[in-house]
Design a protein around this ligand. Structure first.
Ligand code: PLP
Length: 404
């Protein structure tokens, strides 16, 4: 029996309705499509009490997910990652009630697996045979492995500068991979041309299909469930395409409709690297959309997105919740990555570390109050970025005499 209460898709710009049971890309206006649900129907079986007995994966919220046939679900055990208190580090930066949603424990080591699990499952359910995407690395790796598990073919293009391990993951999973001597936009043009020429592929770039967002929104459900159905005061998210932040905002709105949380929402903060901060610039300028960011460069490779299709949705979510958008330097984020590992024993990705640098800055500026509960998203494991930590240690010959 289908538990999904998916009813239709809606243009995020015009509100125009689209059929959710056909393969869809963007709206006629070229804008992302948002999945909408029959909340009353979902609420009949999806209750906070019912959740207690459900498995600890993101599929526990299946009424509010788009996959209709339970046997179409392609899973590697994604979701319900820990919400870790950071007491020592929190005290250091003056935010004692600091928590980290640690997506480093997700299959493929980043939260991209959430979007891939739901996106691939739904694509396969609708009869799609192959998926094609440009990526900064992590999304490609995630979609490649989930496509393999679903029996779909997978075509990926990524910048040569993307984290090397993500190439290995794509190749291991049998994806057709191209490296581009350029940026994600160049990879995007290559993929767009490929899907025009070849049949059997759906283009699944960021927000160019509706269901990756549905997978990523589950981070919002989990944070609130893990806090005993309380919302935190602030959530910080490292925004590239912004899907995670748009998703968390969508989940919060849906939980309001379900009657699970009240009027008050957490202030959502979009964090970017100073070397690629189009959304921060737009926020500061009071603009509704961003301008392409010139010559983007940062160690936080997953957020090197000079122009995001969903920029207006990120800006809307930030403004509606009384949040903000801030940029941090690579120097600052790489320093936090090390400090956190030493304080708390967790090796996080540079994108996640950007949120810590931002939390420190926002505490100093007074945006974050001393007693506030703050959640930072660590979107991936540091193991995917070994080059971010220089290792300068002695190598000893066997039996070499060392003066200890
Ligand atoms: C993709 C990615 C991001 C940014 O995600 P968006 O949804 O594009 O904003 C952040 N961190 C990591 C590790 C990523 O791979």
């Amino acid at each position: 029996m289908s538990l999904s209460a998916l009813s239709h898709l809606e243009c995020s710009r015009t509100g125009e309705r689209y059929d959710a049971d056909a393969v869809q890309g963007v709206s006629a206006a070229g804008m992302p499509l948002l999945a909408r649900y029959d909340i009353e129907r979902a609420a009949r079986t999806l209750t906070r009490e019912a959740l207690v007995a459900r498995p600890a994966t993101l599929w526990r919220y299946r009424e509010m997910l788009p996959v209709r046939d339970p046997t179409a679900v392609v899973s590697l055990g994604e979701g319900m990652t820990p919400l870790l208190p950071l007491p020592r580090y929190g005290a250091r930066i003056g935010v004692p009630d600091l928590l980290m949603k640690d997506e480093g424990l997700t299959p493929t080591g980043t939260f991209k697996a959430r979007g891939a699990a739901v996106g691939v499952s739904r694509a396969a359910e609708l009869g799609v045979e192959g998926v094609a995407m440009p990526t900064n690395g992590n999304a490609g790796a995630a979609w490649a492995v989930y496509a393999a598990r679903a029996g779909l073919t997978c075509l990926i293009a990524m910048p040569v500068a993307a984290p090397a391990i993500t190439r290995t993951e794509c190749v291991a999973a049998g994806a057709e991979l191209y490296l581009v001597d350029g940026l994600i936009g160049d990879a995007g043009r290559l993929i767009a041309a490929a899907v025009r020429e070849r049949t059997g592929y759906q283009e699944v770039s960021t927000l160019r299909e509706p269901y990756r967002l549905e997978g990523k929104k589950t981070m919002g459900y989990e944070i609130v469930e893990q806090l005993g159905w309380q919302v935190p005061d602030v959530i910080l998210y490292p925004a590239g395409g912004g899907v995670g932040l748009i998703g968390i905002h969508k989940a919060l709105r849906e939980m309001q409709e379900l009657g699970w949380i009240g009027e008050r929402l957490p202030r959502l903060v979009a964090v970017q690297a100073a070397g690629c901060a189009p959304i921060v610039r737009a926020f500061e300028a009071g603009a509704e959309v961003s301008e392409p960011f010139p010559d983007p460069a940062t160690a936080a490779f997953g957020i090197t997105v000079p122009k995001a299709l969903g920029d207006f949705l990120v800006l809307r979510a930030v403004r509606e919740t009384g949040g903000t958008a801030v940029a941090v330097t690579d120097e600052a984020l790489l320093a936090e990555q090390r400090t956190l590992a030493r304080d708390e024993g967790t090796f996080i990705c540079p994108e996640g570390a950007a949120c810590l640098a931002a939390a420190r800055d926002l505490r100093e500026s007074g945006f974050i109050g001393a007693g506030e509960r703050v959640v930072v998203l660590n979107t991936g494991t540091g193991l995917k970025y070994p080059e971010t930590i220089p290792v300068d240690v002695p190598t000893l010959a066997p039996g070499q005499n060392v003066r200890w």
